[in-house]
Write a protein that binds this ligand. Structure first.
Ligand SMILES: C[S@@+](CC[C@H](N)C(=O)[O-])C[C@H]1O[C@@H](n2cnc3c(N)ncnc32)[C@H](O)[C@@H]1O
Length: 445
């Protein structure tokens, strides 16, 4: 094991891949682009230009190449937050439940979400990150910044990579996020923090300081001249610029935010990042988006956002979460688009689900999703539910009443296995099951 060599090799290999990507003539195909409008009523079809966010199912390397070469996004992103695999040598799962009218909610079923296994090759892990950070640097605005979320497994090695790519002088902060969680070793202090490394692209970066309470010693007033002091139930305090150690609860088992995605991060953490580095309307990006916390927070805070993940469960979880957003003023998530990027367009084609159209109403029939990643016990539960109700694993679906053959413009989103009343003409249906498989239906004339 030679960690220093691993870092040097990763930088060299990552740069070679980056050069190759930037010089490549063939750009990934734009395969499917559909639009969701969770708040739209049944008579409203939204236009693609209204989308304020994009969920993309792809390897992020191809997606960033696509953004740079086809979408002309160079220098357009104000904030990139990424929470990549941590070099933890673990496999992560998502907890889901099936639902049927007859059986109610199922016990929790575990399905594979993503693997963070590199055969102990730090070089391989760092090479993967190096090329991606280089592409991210191209996408960030001169006034923008990047936050990289890691923990003790890899943060020290990744810091050196980031110093090389963004420049040691552009390192702004190491934020320590500390939390409570179960489990501790008897041979060390309990490891209860993650590390977030923040870099700017240039010295012109924008930063909005956030204030926090700082309690006076003994909680008593200081009465210094010109210093404003406040009092709450704990005692006297002043307001100071926020420090770089943040104590924020993890997403707990009973938290309303909880999606069941194993490594979901709390919205409060992301709120601070978005608030400190962006203004309303700015573009925020997350290329390892998981359950979609960055997009959800950016949406609630009136920013535009782009998210990418290569995992099916992650994409389904993001869409479901975004569709469920209710802002303080009662409004829904704004329309957002869902894309798939693939060199070979066919790679992105989804399964066709067997539906039955009966007297103008569409129902799901005989839908058996891919259950390979389930344990035997969980597969048994799933099959029991599917026997009773073939729509039990459907997360949601949406209908476009007048499909143009290319972009699905949703008229509205339907939860679970409710039926859809279909209009005449050219309706088109897209849906996701709880395992993240996408399905679709169109009328065969
Ligand atoms: C730690 S999780 C992100 C969790 C997220 N911050 C949240 O709050 O839910 C890392 C994610 O990176 C995704 N990922 C790993 N490698 C990827 C790649 N090459 N392209 C796209 N996504 C990738 C995984 O599928 C996983 O969902």
């Amino acid at each position: 094991m030679n960690r220093i060599k691993d870092i040097a090799n990763a930088l060299e290999k990552g740069r070679a891949i980056f050069d190759e990507v930037m010089n490549m003539k063939a750009v990934p195909e734009y395969a499917v682009d559909e639009l969701y409008s969770p708040g739209a009523g049944p008579d409203t079809r939204v236009e693609v230009s209204q989308a304020k966010g994009t969920v993309t199912s792809s390897d992020n390397l191809e997606y960033m190449e696509y953004l740079l070469k086809r979408k002309k996004m160079t220098g357009k992103i104000q904030l990139i937050y990424v929470d990549p695999p941590f070099f933890s040598n673990s496999k992560y799962q998502a907890s889901i439940r099936l639902e049927s009218d007859k059986l109610g909610k199922s016990p929790i079923i575990k399905t594979g979400a993503y693997d963070d296994t590199w055969g102990d090759s730090l070089e391989q892990y760092l090479t993967m990150l190096t090329v991606r950070f280089m592409l991210m640097r191209e996408l960030i605005a001169d006034t923008g910044c990047i936050w990289v979320h890691l923990d003790w497994h890899g943060s020290h090695y990744v810091k050196l990579i980031l110093d090389e790519i963004f420049g040691y002088d552009n390192f702004v902060n190491e934020v320590v996020w500390t939390y409570k969680s179960g489990g501790a070793s008897r041979k060390s202090f309990a490891r209860k923090h993650d590390t977030l490394l923040m870099y700017s692209k240039t010295k012109k970066y924008k930063f909005n300081p956030i204030k926090e309470k700082s309690y006076n010693r003994d909680m008593k007033p200081y009465r210094f001249k010109g210093v404003e002091e406040f009092k709450d139930e704990k005692g006297w305090y002043t307001m100071v610029n926020m420090k770089d150690v943040w104590s924020i609860d993890m997403v707990g088992r009973t938290s309303r935010e909880r999606t069941g995605y194993a490594t979901q991060k709390p919205e409060k953490l992301l709120e601070r990042i978005v608030e400190s580095c962006t203004e309303e309307g700015a573009i925020c990006g997350d290329f390892f988006a998981g359950s979609g916390t960055l997009g959800v927070v950016a949406e609630k805070m009136g920013r535009s956002w782009i998210m990418c993940d290569e995992g099916n469960v992650a994409i389904a979880s993001q869409i479901e979460r975004l569709c469920g957003i209710r802002k303080e003023d009662g409004s829904f998530c704004r329309p957002f688009s869902v894309c798939r990027i693939a060199r070979v367009p066919d790679e992105a084609v989804s399964r066709l689900v067997i539906c039955s159209e009966d007297m103008g109403v569409l129902r799901i029939r005989d839908y058996v999703p891919d259950l390979i990643s389930l344990s035997d016990a969980d597969e048994e539960i799933a099959l029991e539910y599917l026997k009773n109700d073939s729509g039990a694993c459907v997360s949601f679906w949406s209908v476009d009443s007048n499909y143009d053959g290319r972009v699905h413009r949703a008229n509205g989103i339907i939860d679970g296995n409710d039926f859809i009343s279909l209009p005449e003409g050219n309706p088109h249906v897209i849906g996701y099951d709880v395992f993240g498989n996408r399905f679709c239906w169109e009328r065969i004339v």
